[in-house]
Every structure is written in structure tokens, then in C-alpha cells.
Design a protein around this ligand. Structure first.
Ligand code: TUI
Length: 326
């Protein structure tokens, strides 16, 4: 499966690795890039020095292109932008805001800019100011989310912009890729499935929480603070939800969340930490190398495409996971 993204980014498969804050480092990004996708180093919550070191490390681990994610709510965002421009990374994805202020600088450094958007309005705005592609992220995704689902958002964004659209949120296998392409996407961004990649340096307890999650095990906390975040429904999440139900002061909730991502990611405290995960975690059942995740997903998607006429002839598609056949 090829799209304009393969040419724009110089990658074999049109798949980007999601930017998991505090998790996605040079090890994971280079493994994804070596597997033919575009690996992403997540700079959210990290220092400029950490980011520069990770970029250099990734360059030592792969000769393929990789990117950096800029979380626009980061207090040191200006410094992080300077680092990606000085290091001239191949691509940047942005999240949690409007990247307009930084676009001229990023484009001048010859960086491919791919903002994550949660609305048609922002997709149109970033396309107008030179974005090379746009990641349309539905609220099935893990971490900071918008309000609209992938299913509803992707076709509306695809109709509204001429640049390539990637779908994100709820995609973890070949069926998700196929569905995204059917909706008008030319690529996908996948986060949750890469959390359990062998090369992902997150605490084993965090991986285990993803591996054992069921379909209904995530929830969105923080709607009352204006920063909804999808996480595994654990002790911390239940406490936040209960406070929100009682209309607690948003400042109190923000305080309760401080430091909780690091607790989950580094200490493996999956009861009191923030275990960010997409709704598709219930489909993620095994740890494997990142390259294998990518090839498996695209093999499944291609099988579905080869058998696509079965959708209409028999009303039963050959399932991408091989469990069902006509
Ligand atoms: O950014 C993400 N996901 C993230 S960032 C993150 S770090 C964090 N930690 C604690 C609290 C909050 C964040 C964890 N997960 N995804 C990309 C994304 N961007 N999702 C939604 C959006 C988004 C939402 C609204 C982008 C733009 C937007 O509107 C901006 C505007 O001005 O219209």
C-alpha cells in the first residue's frame, strides 16, 4: 500500500508511530523507522538537551528518516522548536494545539510538518499555511484527545483539504488501516500497539496493563479541566472521574494529575499513575518487534484489499486477523 506519504517522507509503509509523551524515545523511533514506518521521538515533558541527545542517538541507530513530536502545551516549546530546526530533523508532528506560530520557522528549516488536528477547522488552517500532511486524530486515541471520533472526523477532513490525511485513534491492525483508507486517509498513525513493542522503553507493568485491557477499560478524564486525556480506568482515573462528577475545582484535579505519567511510565505504578492508552488496547495481545508490528499490519490490510469484492458479494469480508473466512 502506497500513498503520497511514501514519497513525501521517504518511507516504505504509510505509517507513523504515535508520539507517546515520556515514552517514545530514540530506541522506539529508530526501530519503527528501520521497520519502514516513520518513527517519532516525543519531546513532550522533556528538556531541549534530552531531545538533542535522542535525535543524535536515533541517527546512530538508523539511516532512515524519523521525526519529532512537539507537544504545543509544553512550557519549553520555543526551545524544543529551536532544537528540531538546528538538527534539521526530517519531519515534525505537532499536538495539543495550533502550530501556526512555529510553521514559518519549521518550513524554513526544510522540515516536513504534519500537525495532529481534532477538527476540520484546524486542518484547513494548517493546510493553508503550508502543512505537508495532517493527522486526523479521533477521540478513541490515547492521551490528550478532542471530541470527535475517527470514523466521523477522517472523511470530513479528507473532503476539506488537498494534502494527505493520516487517520489516528482506534487503529491497531490491518482492518484499521483498510478502514482508514476507505474513509479517505492515505496513511495512519498508531500509538497503543507500539506501546508493547520490544523496543518500547516503558515499564513492564504499563505494557501488561495494555495487554490485559478489554474494550471498555479506558476512559477520558479531565474534561472539566479543558484537557481531556484517555487513560486506562485505574484507581487514579476513578478518583478523577468521581471528583469531576462532584464539580471539583479544576485546579485540584490538575494537582492530582501532576507527576502521574512518570509514575506509570518509569515506576510502573499502574494503580496511581496515568496509563495513557487508546480504546483499541483490547485488540493488543502480544509483545513483538516494532518492524514485525508494521509488516503484520500491512500484510493484513493487503489481504483485505485483495479480497475486497467479498464485502459486497457475500456480505462477509475475509477478516484481517485470519479468524474468519468466507
Ligand atoms: O497531543 C496529543 N496527545 C497527547 S499530548 C500528551 S502530554 C499531556 N500530558 C498531560 C496532559 C495533557 C497532555 C499526551 N497525549 N495528541 C494530539 C492531539 N492534538 N489530540 C488532540 C489534539 C488537538 C486538540 C485541539 C489539537 C488541536 C486542538 O485545537 C487547537 C486549536 O487551537 O484549535
Amino acid at each position: 500500500m502506497k500513498s503520497r506519504l511514501n514519497e513525501i517522507l521517504g518511507i516504505k509503509y504509510p505509517i507513523l508511530q504515535g508520539a507517546m509523551a515520556r515514552i517514545a524515545d530514540a530506541d522506539l523511533a529508530s526501530a519503527v523507522s528501520n521497520g519502514g514506518g516513520l518513527g517519532i521521538i516525543a519531546s513532550g515533558g522533556q528538556s531541549a538537551q534530552w531531545l538533542r541527545e535522542q535525535i543524535k542517538k536515533a541517527r546512530s541507530l538508523t539511516d532512515k528518516p524519523f521525526g519529532v513530536n512537539l507537544m504545543l502545551l509544553a512550557p519549553n516549546i520555543d526551545e524544543l522548536v529551536d532544537v528540531v530546526c538546528e538538527e534539521r530533523v526530517a519531519a515534525v508532528t505537532t499536538g495539543a494545539g495550533n502550530p501556526g506560530k512555529y510553521m514559518p520557522k519549521l518550513l524554513a528549516a526544510d522540515i516536513k510538518v504534519i500537525p495532529v488536528v481534532a477538527s476540520v477547522a484546524l486542518a484547513v488552517r494548517v493546510a493553508r499555511i503550508g502543512a505537508h500532511a495532517v493527522i486526523t486524530e479521533g477521540c478513541e486515541a490515547g492521551g490528550h484527545i478532542g471530541e470527535t471520533t475517527t470514523m466521523a472526523l477522517v472523511p470530513q477532513v479528507a473532503d476539506a483539504v488537498d494534502i494527505p490525511v493520516l487517520a489516528a485513534g482506534g487503529i491497531a491492525d490491518g482492518r484499521g488501516i483498510s478502514a482508514a483508507f476507505m474513509l479517505g486517509a492515505e496513511g495512519v498513525q498508531v500509538g497503543t500497539r507500539f506501546l508493547v513493542a520490544n523496543e518500547c522503553n516503558v515499564a513492564q507493568n504499563y505494557k501488561n496493563a495494555i495487554l490485559k485491557a478489554k474494550d471498555t477499560d479506558t476512559c477520558a478524564t479531565g474534561r472539566s479541566t479543558g484537557h481531556p486525556v484517555r487513560v486506562i480506568k485505574n484507581k487514579l482515573a476513578r478518583e478523577i472521574l468521581s471528583l469531576e462528577k462532584k464539580n471539583a475545582d479544576p485546579a485540584e484535579i490538575e494537582k492530582l494529575c501532576t507527576g502521574t505519567l512518570v509514575m506509570a511510565v518509569e515506576d510502573g505504578d499502574t494503580d496511581h499513575g496515568s496509563v495513557m492508552s487508546g480504546q483499541i488496547a483490547g485488540l493488543v495481545k502480544k509483545e513483538q518487534p516494532a518492524a514485525e508490528i508494521i509488516s503484520e499490519m500491512f500484510e493484513e490490510a493487503e489481504k483485505i484489499y485483495e479480497n475486497r469484492s467479498d464485502f459486497f458479494r457475500t456480505g462477509c469480508a475475509v477478516s484481517g486477523n485470519g479468524k474468519k473466512s468466507v
